[in-house]
Design a protein around this ligand. Structure first.
Ligand SMILES: *[C@@H]1O[C@H](CO)[C@@H](O)[C@H](O)[C@H]1NC(C)=O
Ligand SMILES: *[C@@H]1O[C@H](CO)[C@@H](O)[C@H](O)[C@H]1NC(C)=O
Length: 504
C-alpha cells in the first residue's frame, strides 16, 4: 500500500431527512456477513495469456462497435497480474468475504475438460490461498457470463448439451478448489444471460433471437444449475461441507398505480423478470410461473406457432430442478413500475419477451440516476426481499450484489447515500418483515469493465485509474464509509466519514 497522501479531510455525510423516511442509527444483525464483489472478465485482463482462448466477451469487445466506449477487457483492472493488490484493498475494508468469478476459458480453454489449463488452476489457487492467508473467505461464482467462444459457436445456452458441458466444468472447480471454497454460486443472473444475450442484442453473444432465444436459455440455464447442485450435493458436499446456490437479479417490479389492472401488470412483470428463474427452483410446485406459461402460450398461438415458444420441462425435470439452491442469491439495484395502460402490440418486436408481458414501465417520479437502472428506490429493496420470503418459504437470502453506478468522482456522496438508504431498507426487511438476510455484498470492489458500457460506468468503491499502466486504485468516500460500517456494524447516517488519499 502506497501512502501517497497527504491531505486528511473530514467530510460529514449527513442524511437524516429524506423524502419519506428518517434514518435512525441501527445495528446490523449478528449473522449478516459483509463483503465485496467482482467478476473475472470485468477485472482480470490477461485475456490471452498462457493457453486461455477467447470468451464471448473477448469476441464482442474485439468487434468494432461492440462496446459503447470502444474499450475492451484486454487489461481491465489487471487483476490477473496484481491480484495481491486486490486482496490488500479487501483487507483494508476489513470485510468477511470476497465474491469473485472463475473464467471458464481460463480453466478449460475450449470449454471442454479434455484440456485443463495448469496456468488457470495456478492463478485461482494463488488467489484463493492469498485470500485465506488474509482471513478473507472466497465466495466463488462458477459462471459470470464469459462463456468459451467455442461453446458459443456450438449454440451456447441455446443448446441443451450445455448442461453437461457446464457440469464438467463445475466438477473441475469442485475437485480443485472445493477443499478451500465453501460457498459456490452456480450461475450469475440468468435473466441477463438469456434475455440480454439471446433475446436482445444488449450483451454477448447479442443473438437478438427475441421471443425464442431468451426462453431456450432460461430452460438450459436452470437445468445446468440443477445438475451442478446435484453433483455437489451427492459427491462433494459430504466431505467438503459447503453450500451452493444460484444468484438471480431480483430488482423489484410492481404496479404503476393501485388499480387492479396495474397490480396485475406488476405481479406478472415480477413473474417474467424474476419468477421465470426463481419459481422452478424455490417454489413448492416447481416449473415456470403459471402467468408466464399462460401468456407466452396464448401469444404463440395467435402468432401461428405450433407450440408455445416457452419450452416445457418434463415432470422429472421439474422435480430435478426444485429445491436445488441452498440459499437465494439476491442481486438488487432498483425498482420499476408497470402498467398495461398505453401498451400497444408492435411497441416491441413480435414475438418477444416484452410483447409477451405486454406492459410498459417507468421509474415513476423518482429522480433518475445517471445510470438509470440504479435509480434510488430503497423501499423496493425491502419489498423485493419480502417478496422472496413470502413466495419461497423464507429461504436464507444472500445479497450477492447491491451498488450504485456513476460517471466517476472520488467524493461519491451519492453512492454513500444510496448504500446507506438501501442498508436501512434491508434492516427493515430483517427486523420488521423477518427476512433471513445472511450476507450483504457491495458491487463492486473497484471500477471495472462494465460489459456493453465498457469502462465509462463506475461501480467501484475504489476508483481505478485506467490511464496508469498499473491500473492504480484509490479508495472513494464510499470505501471509507463501508470500512466503518464493517468495523462498527452500526449504520449511522450522522457519522462523519474520514477520507484520506490512498493508493493501491
Ligand atoms: C437463516 O438461515 C441460516 C442459514 O441457512 C440458518 O442457519 C438460520 O437458522 C436462519 N435463521 C432464521 C431466523 O431463520
Ligand atoms: C507500476 O508499478 C511498478 C511496481 O510497483 C513501479 O515500479 C512502476 O513505477 C509503476 N508504474 C507506474 C506508471 O506507476
Amino acid at each position: 500500500m502506497l501512502f501517497s497522501l497527504v491531505v486528511y479531510v473530514l467530510f460529514s455525510v449527513v442524511m437524516c431527512q429524506n423524502d419519506n423516511k428518517t434514518i435512525l442509527t441501527r445495528k446490523l444483525p449478528d449473522g449478516m456477513k459483509l463483503g465485496v464483489a467482482s467478476a473475472a472478465y470485468q477485472v482480470e485482463g490477461a485475456w490471452n495469456v498462457a493457453d486461455k482462448l477467447p470468451s464471448i466477451w473477448d469476441t464482442l469487445s474485439h468487434t468494432p462497435g461492440g462496446i459503447k466506449d470502444g474499450s475492451t477487457g484486454d487489461d481491465a483492472c489487471k487483476s490477473y497480474e496484481y491480484y495481491k493488490r486486490d486482496i490488500q484493498m479487501i483487507k483494508f475494508l476489513g470485510v468477511d468475504f470476497y465474491r469473485f468469478s472463475i473464467s471458464w476459458p481460463r480453466i478449460l480453454p475450449s470449454g471442454f475438460r479434455n484440456k485443463i489449463s495448469d496456468d488457470g488452476l495456478k492463478y485461482y489457487n494463488n488467489l484463493i490461498d492469498e485470500l485465506l492467508a488474509n482471513n478473507i473467505e472466497p465466495i466463488v461464482t462458477i459462471y459470470h457470463w464469459d462463456l468459451p467462444q467455442y461453446l458459443q459457436d456450438l449454440g451456447g445456452w441455446a443448446n441443451p448439451m450445455i448442461a453437461d458441458w457446464y457440469v464438467d466444468y463445475a466438477q473441475v472447480l469442485f475437485e480443485t478448489f472445493g477443499d478451500r471454497v465453501k460457498t459456490w454460486i452456480t450461475i450469475n443472473e440468468p435473466k441477463q444471460i438469456g434475455l440480454f444475450g439471446y433475446g436482445m442484442s444488449y450483451l454477448a453473444p447479442r443473438l437478438n433471437a427475441h421471443g425464442i432465444g431468451e426462453y431456450l436459455a432460461a430452460k438450459h440455464i436452470l437445468l445446468a444449475h440443477a445438475k451442478a447442485w446435484h453433483l455437489y450435493d451427492k459427491q462433494f458436499r459430504p466431505h467438503q461441507k459447503g453450500t451452493i446456490g444460484i444468484t438471480i437479479a431480483t430488482d423489484f417490479r410492481t404496479g404503476m398505480t393501485d388499480s387492479p389492472e396495474d397490480i396485475l401488470a406488476g405481479s406478472e412483470a415480477m413473474d417474467f423478470e424474476v419468477g421465470l428463474y426463481a419459481h422452478p427452483i424455490f417454489s413448492k410446485t416447481g416449473d415456470f410461473p403459471e402467468s408466464v406459461k399462460r401468456r407466452v402460450a396464448e401469444r404463440s398461438k395467435e402468432q401461428g406457432f405450433k407450440k408455445s415458444r416457452l419450452p416445457t420441462f418434463t415432470k422429472e425435470e421439474i422435480v430435478f430442478i426444485k429445491g436445488t439452491s441452498d440459499f437465494y442469491g439476491f442481486n438488487h439495484y432498483s425498482t420499476r413500475f408497470y402498467t398495461r395502460n398505453g401498451f400497444k402490440s408492435g411497441m416491441y418486436p413480435i414475438p418477444s419477451y416484452e410483447d409477451d408481458l405486454a406492459a410498459i414501465y417507468s421509474y415513476k417520479d423518482y429522480k433518475p440516476a445517471a445510470i438509470v437502472h440504479c435509480t434510488e428506490i430503497p423501499e423496493g429493496m425491502r419489498l423485493a426481499l419480502k417478496w422472496v420470503k413470502d413466495n419461497y418459504d423464507n429461504p436464507p437470502v444472500n445479497i450477492i450484489e447491491n451498488g450504485f453506478g456513476t460517471l466517476g468522482g472520488q467524493q461519491d456522496y451519492d453512492r454513500v447515500k444510496y448504500l446507506t438508504r438501501y442498508m436501512d431498507a434491508i434492516l427493515d426487511a430483517v427486523e420488521i418483515d423477518g427476512v433471513n438476510v445472511t450476507m450483504y455484498t457491495v458491487w463492486s470492489l473497484m471500477d471495472n469493465f462494465e460489459w456493453a458500457n465498457g469502462l465509462s460506468i463506475k461501480f467501484g468503491i475504489f476508483e481505478t485509474d485506467y490511464g496508469n499502466s498499473n491500473k492504480t486504485r484509490r479508495p472513494r468516500m464510499s470505501a471509507f464509509w463501508f470500512r466503518n460500517l464493517v468495523a462498527t456494524r452500526i449504520l449511522d447516517p450522522y457519522r462523519e466519514t474520514e477520507f484520506q488519499k490512498l493508493e493501491f
